[in-house]
Design a protein around this ligand. Structure first.
Ligand code: NAD
Length: 499
């Protein structure tokens, strides 16, 4: 049985707390490795190393720091298949999806190569007589991040690349469900030229998270995961005086107007609803067709497409649409919510409950489900299912559809499918959700824009990546300078001889 390690002080270090959690192969259901769960002392050791290493890194000029990022991009491309293979084996997602996970992180690293430009300060010449004023962005010091299981490469890179490009040290506490890829990323950063101790990985659960929240040296915390944990981390981190940004769960609605291209909308829903087994914070989990006629046409297009979906292990080839969910508990939670949908009166149009794959009977596979006639009072509408289950809520009008997206407590992403520019524009302007797609089902902003939801999908002020990340990982310092020796007297500089 493999024993996964921490990555502390530039080395793979075995856990010494005596506590471990199982890492599964979700396709077979077998335990493939043990992940160590750090104690408060193990976490404190990483902090001491980071604290000692960070000042020299902050003093390294931004262009040299950017060169490390450049080299890291090269190494990510070199090891893409190796990273994707490990990622699929612990997470369960298909091989192309795993490569996409690495690729979307890599794009943020590419953006961070622009650190010298992005970190340039501001300058006001002659703000007063003989007075200049300038602002600079300085790193925070030792920063930390806590990441979810569903993007074990992308989300750590979204955090550590800007943190490190800005001159901080970064301690990552990844998900204990797929903990290997973050260690590989830390090794590649050092191969790219990063000094030891600037990027460390401490594996763990609540104990390590609480150690990060309470450690006085940690200046900032980034979190991505479920809303209840996001709320907890934001509250405790802020009350400890840290800078905190937390990104939580989602319930993303896609509105289908009567004039939409129905084939395009159905294709989009297949990818956005069932891709990655629905384990994406930007997955569409609610389809809102406007009008019964639109709903009937949509369901008619969706059913044959869903029936064609190929569910299987990542090893079965690139034509697999999605793999297993991450754990048996996740599978039980999804099936429990499906049952609640049936009990509460929704119509189960496609039933994936009996799905089973020959040779993989113990894997955590969940067949695709489609519900129709879901109403807002049902648990399947209110809760994030995080599985291959799409709910259809029929709206009588555009205003009713808009109201559904507006009234839901989550506000990560949403989309509208229409040919009507007025409706699309009105939707984008009025809806209280952070990321909007117009005929685009998963509107994930690219690295040079920022990523973030609204309402209970976020706690904090700044978004992830793009220019916001450079604000989050730096403090502004403003200097007002007067140089009395430079003041002219009678047209001449008043230079005094040096004594
Ligand atoms: P999770 O909240 O269970 O875990 C996230 C992290 O928090 C992990 O590192 C975990 O070890 C830690 N954690 C878990 N319980 C904790 C506790 N009681 N105290 C302290 N730390 C704890 O989330 P997950 O299941 O790994 O990921 C799925 C969730 O993440 C979904 O809700 C999804 O929508 C969300 N997500 C959001 C975004 C976004 O950008 N908004 C992106 C990806 C995933």
């Amino acid at each position: 049985m493999d024993e996964i390690t921490h990555y502390i002080g530039g080395e793979r270090v075995k856990g010494v707390s005596g506590r471990f959690s199982d890492v599964f192969n979700p396709a077979t259901g077998e335990v493939q490795a043990q992940c160590p769960l750090a104690s408060v002392n193990e976490f404190a050791k990483a902090v001491a190393i980071a604290e000692a290493a960070q000042p020299a890194w902050a003093a390294t000029n931004p262009q040299r720091r950017a060169r490390v990022m450049m080299q890291f991009v090269h190494l990510l491309n070199r090891d893409m298949d190796k990273l994707a293979e490990k990622l699929s084996s612990e997470h369960g997602k298909t091989f192309p999806d795993a490569k996409g996970d690495v690729q979307r992180g890599l794009e943020v690293v590419e953006y961070c190569i622009g650190a010298p430009e992005l970190l340039k300060g501001e300058y006001t010449d002659s703000a007063g007589p003989g007075i200049d004023m300038y602002s600079m962005r300085q790193p925070l010091g030792v920063t930390g991040g806590i990441t979810p299981f569903n993007f074990p490469a992308m989300i750590p890179m979204w955090m550590f690349a800007p943190a490190i490009a800005c001159g901080n040290a970064f301690i990552l506490k990844p998900s204990e469900r797929d903990p290997s890829v973050p260690i590989m990323l830390a090794e590649l950063m050092e191969e790219a030229g990063l000094p030891k101790g600037i990027l460390q990985v401490v594996q763990g659960d609540k104990e390590a998270v609480d150690a990060m929240l309470d450690h006085p040296v940690i200046q900032s915390i980034g979190f991505v995961g479920s809303t209840p944990i996001a709320e907890y981390i934001y509250g405790r981190g802020c009350s400890n005086g840290k800078r905190v940004q937390c990104f939580g769960g989602a319930k993303n609605h896609m509105i289908i107007m009567p004039d939409a291209d129905m084939d395009q909308a159905a294709d989009a829903l297949i990818g956005a609803g069932y891709g990655a087994a629905g384990e994406r914070c930007m997955a569409i989990s609610v389809a809102v067709p406007v009008g019964d006629e639109t709903a009937d046409r949509l369901i008619e297009k969706l059913v044959p497409r869903i029936e064609k979906l190929k569910v299987g292990p990542y090893t079965a080839g690139n034509d697999v649409d999605y793999g297993p969910v991450v754990t048996s508990e996740a599978k039980q939670k999804i099936l429990g919510l499906v049952q609640s949908g049936i009990d509460q009166g929704a119509e189960l149009v496609v039933d994936g409950r009996d799905f089973s794959l020959q040779g993989y009977e113990d894997g955590f596979f969940v067949g695709p489900h489609l519900f129709d006639k879901v109403t807002p009072d049902m648990d399947i509408y209110q809760q994030e299912i995080f599985g291959p289950v799409l709910s259809t809520v029929r709206a009588k009008s555009y205003e009713e559809a808009l109201g559904l997206a507006m009234d839901h407590e989550m506000g990560n992403g949403t989309a509208i499918f229409t040919r009507d520019g007025d409706a699309a524009r009105d939707f984008a302007n009025r809806v209280n959700v952070g990321m909007i797609g117009i005929n685009v089902p998963i509107p994930v902003p690219l690295a040079y824009h920022t990523f973030g939801g609204w309402k209970k999908s976020v706690f904090g002020d700044l978004n992830q990546h793009g220019p916001d990340a450079f604000k989050f990982y730096t403090r502004t310092k403003t200097v007002t300078a007067r140089w009395p020796s430079g003041i002219k007297e009678g047209g001449e500089f008043n230079f005094k001889p040096m004594e």
